[in-house]
Design a protein around this ligand. Sequence first.
Ligand code: FHN
Length: 421
Amino acid sequence: CYAQQGMEEMWDKSSMAKEHPNIQWFKEAKFGLFIHWGLYSQLAGTWDGKHYYGSGEWIMHQAKIPVNRYREVAGSFNPVNFNADEWAQLAKDAGIKYMVITAKHHEGFSMFDSRVTDFDIMDATPYKKDPMKALAAATRKRGIQFGFYYSQFQDWYEPNGGRNTWDFDESKKDYQQYYRQKAIPQLKELLTNYGPLGIVWFDTPGGMTKEQTQAFIDELRVLQPQSLFSSRVGQGLGDYKDFGDSEVPPVPIKGAWESIYTHNDSWGYIAHDMNFKSAHEIIRLLSNVASKGGNLMLNVGPDGKGNIPYYSIKYLKETGVWLQKNGESIYASTAGWIPAQPWGVTTSKPGKLFLHVWDRPENELLLVPGFSNAITKVYALTDKKPLSFQQRDGDLIVNMNALPETHTPDKVLVVEYKGTP
Ligand code: FHN
């Protein structure tokens, strides 16, 4: 599947040596919201009476929908329920620190006001407003970094764009012409008309050498030098590493990086996909990614009317409630220096180790192997209740008996210690 291509690409680790000067906010953010929203959201996983499952945003490709018929979808795309403040407030309530939304996905449709094409939300739909303008403002107003996803190579609408083989002959394509005539001018619009962007999130690179990719970056970079470019710009370049979709590295990784998951089984809205991760699962995913030193960017797929799915709202808000009480163990943390244990994972801050207890031991004695530093305090993060502990043969044993049984997916204990681990 083309969706898999490009993600396994090696990221040039040497670029970590010269970190982007604006990388710190990203390293501390830990939790981002990804939004896939486009004409595919209107189709909701069904074309000509046939139901598709998996990646809803790939329906044009899956059903080999000709460009002229796909364009007709825009005629009924009218997201009257879209409310930028509600979306941004949901992100805020969920404890989200950055948001990245699809300005243009592989389908080639521009969800913003673009002068480069008339296949955009202003010209081709009855909506005739720019939702990205409103969302950028509402998000920033709440102190959340805002960014755009842009599919720089795959564009199934354009004769010279990548990977529409059912309308256009791939061997006759001039990718450079597509880059010059659409991708670069549109990225310039996005980097000019929407205020300071935290991130430009590229995806599935193609059709450019390393030198061409560097020139592409340089041409865009001057417009907003503070903006971070994701590693899927290709050729091992970019300011931070994105792992493959739904991938968490098995061991801690240094430098700035991100794991990308979607809330159910699809990135774009599919009406018949109810396989949502519960708040419980989101919280464990988040602490797991943080325990390896990275950020989690979790995707939601709003429908064609502009509604975020009910279960995404519900579970994101529940995640936010947990983060309000336990955020200290996640935001601005670094990888835990004690590796994953049968009971859960760890995150760190100077002088503090956070124990994320997913599975409380039956005998209430939590073993933290390899912990010989002098300890000043051990307590539960939410109520600061001190816990008794022993250090024996280089291990730490915390007695959880004094804590009431709670139904939290992740009970965080704090170990305050002296010296360096
Ligand atoms: O092909 C896309 C896919 O539709 C989706 O946008 C994901 C999100 O990371 N990226 C690509 C595959 O890696």
